[in-house]
Design a protein around this ligand. Structure first.
Ligand SMILES: *Cc1c(COP(=O)(O)O)cnc(C)c1O
Length: 381
């Protein structure tokens, strides 16, 4: 099946008891057994739930993987991966990653004796020197937040395979519409389902997709033992959201291109970070591993003043000032004071995250209205 058919049909079947075409919300914690141990494959909803199963199968199909596992948030999904490891094990992570992941690594799992190396992955070969016999996983995101850097996933997979370590990819920004890391050699694909997959800013959820049966078995053991599973209502909402993923992404990409080009030509804008530009440092890698370039954009202002960024954020009317991304509505944010405030200014500036940097999650509204909104806000400077 092609992607546009998979989002509608993969993993979901009409309900056998009624023929309901949409997967019912199995709002139940337990299942009746006809005699002890004699059940229909379902015992308790932390372990299995039919609504969750349908979603897990759908996500696995979208990522071209064999097994899907859902969690109560994106962070819970990453937490489950790290519970595969033991004290003394090491992880090599990109140094340009989601703040919550950095916090989980350094403030929680560091305490349990797992060692993290945060390194630039601009050139995949350069990470080889950090690999030891203790290394268990390489962890990457592409595109990254908020600088929209692109990491060569195939290049990382080569290194991971050579040294027999896992490669995990946070595919939240790209979605399986734009990029399927399993096809590039990743072992684990992770999503904050909260973002594009849910797509309507009404659910917090996470997911993992893997191919290896043993890895899937170990992760579902952790999923059931630790218990950070989503409820059936949320699974239903995501199943519904996924049905329009290809349509939404097409528009996110179109609007992203329109807005990125508009901002690039605006005299009050200093620099626009978007992997679709041919002069983006890793445009070639982006073009080879992604179908299109998405609707996430960051830009800085001429003069680089924080107050100017605040003026714009205050005057945007259609773009709402909020954390999160990937919903149908456009959002704007100020990483230096919001998502990345915990990183010292000098460190922020080293990676280009300056005080005037504004991040946009371009939604699926009419592009003319979005352009006008930015035009009017920039006009206030
Ligand atoms: C939001 C996000 C997460 C965390 O997911 P939650 O669903 O908020 O727990 C992880 N990685 C990326 C890239 C994200 O944007």
């Amino acid at each position: 099946m092609k992607f546009g058919t998979k989002v509608i049909h993969a993993g979901v079947n009409p309900d056998p008891s009624t023929g309901a075409i949409m997967t019912p919300i199995f709002q139940t914690s337990t299942y009746v057994q006809s005699s002890p141990g004699n059940h229909q494959g379902y015992e308790y909803s932390r372990t299995h739930n039919p609504t969750r199963n349908a979603l897990q199968n759908s996500l696995a199909a979208l990522e071209n993987g064999k097994h899907g596992l859902c969690f109560s948030s994106g962070m819970a999904a990453i937490d489950a991966i790290l519970k595969l490891f033991q004290p003394g094990d090491e992880v090599i992570s990109t140094n340009d990653l989601y703040g919550g992941t950095y916090r989980l690594f350094t403030k929680v799992f560091d305490k349990f004796g797992i060692k993290f190396h945060f390194v630039s992955m601009e050139n995949p070969e350069s990470i080889e020197k950090y690999i030891t016999d203790k290394t268990k996983m390489i962890w990457a995101e592409s595109p990254t937040n908020p600088m929209m850097n692109i990491i060569d996933i195939k290049g990382l997979a080569k290194i991971a395979q050579k040294h027999n370590v896992l490669l995990g990819v946070d595919n939240t920004f790209a979605t399986p519409y734009l990029q399927t890391p399993m096809d590039l050699g990743a072992d684990l694909v992770m999503h904050s389902v909260t973002k594009y997959l849910g797509g309507h800013s009404d659910v917090v959820m996470g997911a993992l997709v893997v191919n290896n049966d043993k890895l899937a078995e170990d992760l579902s053991f952790i999923q059931n033992s630790c218990g950070a599973t989503p409820g059936p209502q949320d699974c239903f909402l995501v199943l519904r959201g996924i049905k329009t993923l290809h349509l939404r992404m097409e528009r996110h990409c179109q609007n992203g291109k329109t807005i990125a080009s508009y901002l690039r030509n605006h005299p009050k804008v200093e620099k626009v970070y978007w992997p679709g530009f041919e002069d983006h440092p890793n445009h070639q890698v982006a073009a080879s591993q992604m179908k299109d370039f998405g609707g996430m954009i960051s830009f800085t202002l001429a003069g680089n003043q924080m107050e100017d960024a605040f003026t714009i954020l205050k005057n945007l009317k259609i773009f709402s000032l909020a954390e999160s991304l990937g919903g149908v509505e456009s959002l704007c944010g100020h990483p230096a004071s919001m998502t990345h405030a915990s990183i010292p200014k000098a460190e922020r500036e080293k990676v280009g995250l300056s005080d005037s940097l504004i991040r946009l999650s371009v939604g699926v509204e009419d592009a003319e209205d979005l352009k006008n909104d930015l035009f009017k806000a920039l006009d206030q400077l």
